[in-house]
Design a protein. Structure first.
Length: 143
């Protein structure tokens, strides 16, 4: 499947940009994400990106990259949180990482009735900004 190549490439590109290890991904064919109208998510317990199969069938290559980059930023955020908890060196401002940690603990999942609450979360703003910025870089690289 060509789209899987974009998923895998997106994971590798983002991992390289973030200087972290790539993570695995899974495609949700059971419809759990579809029921909640979610294109993809990062499962920090399984350290896995999960993508909605129905969304994936309709998504174009740039949309796939954008979502994968977004979820990889969440992987990065979780790594920084774990490093802070261990007392290890982090690559981001400590207060920002503490805010991410708090929001990971009390995360607002996206649904049609809470879009503003979801997008107002610092972890989401950060992931949205990162994914858009990296997609713009990739488009320039390809052009």
């Amino acid at each position: 499947m060509e789209k899987e190549k974009y998923i895998e490439s997106g994971i590798l590109i983002a991992a390289n940009e973030l200087d972290i290890e790539p993570v695995d991904y899974a495609i949700d064919y059971r419809g759990v994400l579809k029921d909640n109208d979610i294109s993809g998510l990062y499962d920090p317990v399984k350290n896995l990106i999960i993508l909605n199969s129905d969304w994936l069938n309709e998504a174009n290559n740039n949309e796939i990259l954008l979502v994968v980059f977004h979820e990889m930023r969440h992987v990065y955020q979780k790594i920084q949180i774990d490093l802070l908890r261990k007392g290890s060196e982090i690559k981001v401002d400590k207060q920002k990482v503490k805010a991410w940690e708090s929001e990971f603990s009390f995360y607002t999942i996206l649904n049609k009735s809470n879009i503003k609450l979801y997008t107002d979360q610092l972890i989401e703003k950060d992931a949205i900004d990162f994914s858009k910025s990296l997609l713009n870089k990739v488009i320039v690289w390809i052009s």
